[in-house]
Design a protein around this ligand. Structure first.
Ligand code: GRG
Length: 295
């Protein structure tokens, strides 16, 4: 196994152990809700966002528990977004991470509540003193995650996306939509390390630039996988974008240009890391991984 795969697998094991600790039922009445939350979060997924938190935290000597709790928090938000995105009122998907979606395995109401509870739990995790001893650092993390996940970030992007079905969109409009829908959480994942490490502005700015290009490259790769991948590879339904008449980077640029644009963005992402030494090597490798991935 190469170094990136090994590091990603090790990070996934650590994050999953933290998530198991967090997702423990305290009362019988909540058993079904917690079971649905665990189903949504555990046993699958690349854990890319947690990996980014851990790697970015490593650049600033952040304590492992602090980084791991923040990594778990971002994965909770990501999983909530997948649960809600799969609902009949949104993308109406039956398959996610190679298994029935939460509303299929449980029911729609439980899926809505499980998503709500995952989102709020993330903020509870960040607000806990175990995440950081300094309240202002915890507050900065909470503010950054709220901005990334909310109306001007992921949720706002999803709203634009819902209104975009069957409508012509230019590359600028799609870029803005995707920066909000997918890029904002990737941005938080990278910046969280700088927040936890109380990094100087230069470090934070570098990670912001890296995340911006990485997020777009990731999204183009996702669009390509929707066109060229299989449900077996990706663990989710494919050819969705075309069926819904959604304009994507691939529908506008075509697969070849989209692929070279993604590679260009990955290279550009790496250039932002020039201020860091070897400790940023896995982040550099991650930029290439996101465009080459088949899952
Ligand atoms: C419903 C509030 C709300 C938001 C939904 C993120 C999102 C917004 C929807 C997910 C649908 C989707 C396919 C988005 C494109 C990019 C993306 C986020 C893919 C899934 O992320 P991966 O590939 O998934 O990191 P894993 O399963 O590996 O964690």
């Amino acid at each position: 196994m190469d170094a990136l795969k090994q590091a990603m697998a090790a990070a996934a094991v650590d994050v999953e152990a933290m998530l198991v600790r967090i997702l423990t039922a305290e009362r019988e009445a909540e058993d079904r809700l917690i079971a649905a939350m665990r189903y949504a979060v555990l046993g699958g997924g690349k854990r890319l966002r947690p990996f980014l938190v851990l790697q970015a935290s490593g650049l600033f000597g952040v304590a492992h528990t602090a980084a791991l709790r923040t990594a778990a928090a971002i994965e909770l938000v990501h999983c909530y977004s997948l649960v809600h995105d799969d609902l009949p009122a949104m993308d109406d998907d039956d398959l996610r991470r190679g298994r029935p979606t939460v509303h299929k395995a449980y029911d729609e109401a439980t899926a809505i509540l499980a998503g709500d509870a995952l989102l709020t739990m993330a903020f509870e995790v960040l607000a806990h003193p175990d995440t950081h001893s300094q309240p202002e650092v915890r507050c900065a993390l909470i503010t950054a995650l709220a901005r990334a996940a909310g109306a001007h970030g992921m949720v706002g992007g999803q709203m634009i996306d819902l209104g975009a079905e069957g409508r012509d969109m230019g590359i600028g409009e799609i870029t803005r939509l995707q920066q909000m829908k997918t890029g904002a959480l990737i941005g938080f994942s990278c910046e969280a390390g700088a927040i936890l490490g109380r990094a100087a502005e230069a470090g934070r700015e570098a990670l912001r630039g890296y995340a911006h290009d990485l997020g777009l490259a990731f999204q183009i790769a996702d669009d390509l996988l929707d066109v060229e991948g299989t449900a077996e590879e990706t663990g989710k339904a494919v050819r969705k974008d075309a069926a819904l008449g959604k304009a994507t980077f691939v529908s506008i640029l075509g697969p070849e240009r989209a692929r070279s644009q993604a590679s260009l963005l990955a290279e550009q992402a790496v250039t932002h890391l020039a201020i860091f030494d070897k400790s940023a090597d896995l982040l550099r490798r991650t930029a290439r991984y996101v465009v080459e991935r088949r899952v």
